[in-house]
Unconditional design. Structure first.
Length: 279
């Protein structure tokens, strides 16, 4: 992602709700089915070269079919960018590193599948300008109304924050202030994750929202207008000025969930075959 200069007004862009369970196989290994946000997220970013998206998606869709045929033990969701860079992002939720290792080893033991995944990886390499992975840890005290199911989401809103060194507690306190001000509004929901491993793991948070449709964004724009009344205009201005002193940068981007490059549980396909059953 390209990170723009910090605008604490990004707090007003923390949309709808979040219940995150699965997700990547060649991109990450795991399978557990918690009822709320997973304790950890393994995120894989694939930066696709211009005019190469079609070929990349075709290989990924073929890979999903191979995983399904092998009944691989790990599931993931693939998303494609609506805004920002040409950054295809895969998400895998897991609740322990022991699970991560267990399911990785189970997948590696499927030799025919691994041969297929290695071949697909080689075919994808010329289509990518970069690839990187990271692991984030869920922060329940910095999240609000995490009551939506990931299988119902069709879009994600992701806001990324980079915090000045030594100001993690200030950032966390400010998020809690905004959460308290919006607590009575069921439309406003988000889940916060702090980067644990990967580049800039010492100063990065992401706030993730699940959207059933882009209409949810329209509703949140209306709800944002109520924030000065909920918090008080003077208090809101004070908090925004305070945040501008310790947030180095931030960016919000929209992603569309792409079912053809997502390896999801069979129960999801049975429940929503018109979406998750697409090939």
């Amino acid at each position: 992602m390209n990170i723009r200069t910090a605008s604490v007004a990004s707090f007003c862009l923390l949309f709808a709700g979040f219940t995150f369970n699965p997700v990547p196989a060649a991109h990450a290994q795991n399978q557990s089915q918690p009822t709320g946000p997973s304790k950890y997220l393994y995120i894989s970013n694939e930066i696709v070269k211009p005019n190469q998206a079609g070929a990349f998606y075709k290989i990924e869709a073929d890979e999903v079919q191979a995983l399904r045929a092998a009944n691989a033990p790990n599931h993931y969701i693939g998303t494609v960018p609506i805004s920002g860079s040409n950054d295809v992002v895969f998400f895998d939720g897991f609740d322990s590193f022991a699970d991560l290792q267990k399911n990785h080893e189970a997948t590696v033991a499927m030799t025919s599948l691994m041969d297929k995944l290695h071949a697909d990886g080689a075919a994808e390499a010329p289509l990518l300008s970069d690839h990187y992975t990271s692991i984030y840890q869920y922060q329940p005290e910095l999240s609000l109304h995490t009551n939506r199911k990931v299988e119902d989401a069709r879009f994600l809103d992701i806001t990324i924050f980079h915090v000045q060194p030594g100001h993690h507690h200030d950032f966390e306190a400010l998020v809690k202030v905004f959460a308290k001000a919006q607590e009575s509004n069921p439309n406003v929901n988000w889940a916060t994750f702090e980067k644990m491993y990967g580049h800039e793991s010492d100063d990065t948070y992401i706030l993730i929202t699940l959207l059933k449709s882009l209409k949810d964004v329209d509703q949140e724009v209306l709800d944002d207008a109520k924030l000065p009344d909920a918090m008080g205009k003077d208090q809101l201005q004070l908090n925004l000025e305070l945040g501008s002193k310790f947030i180095k940068s931030s960016e919000s981007d929209l992603y569309a969930v792409n079912p053809t490059i997502s390896y999801v549980p069979e129960a999801w396909i049975t429940a929503s075959p018109d979406f998750w059953g697409k090939k």
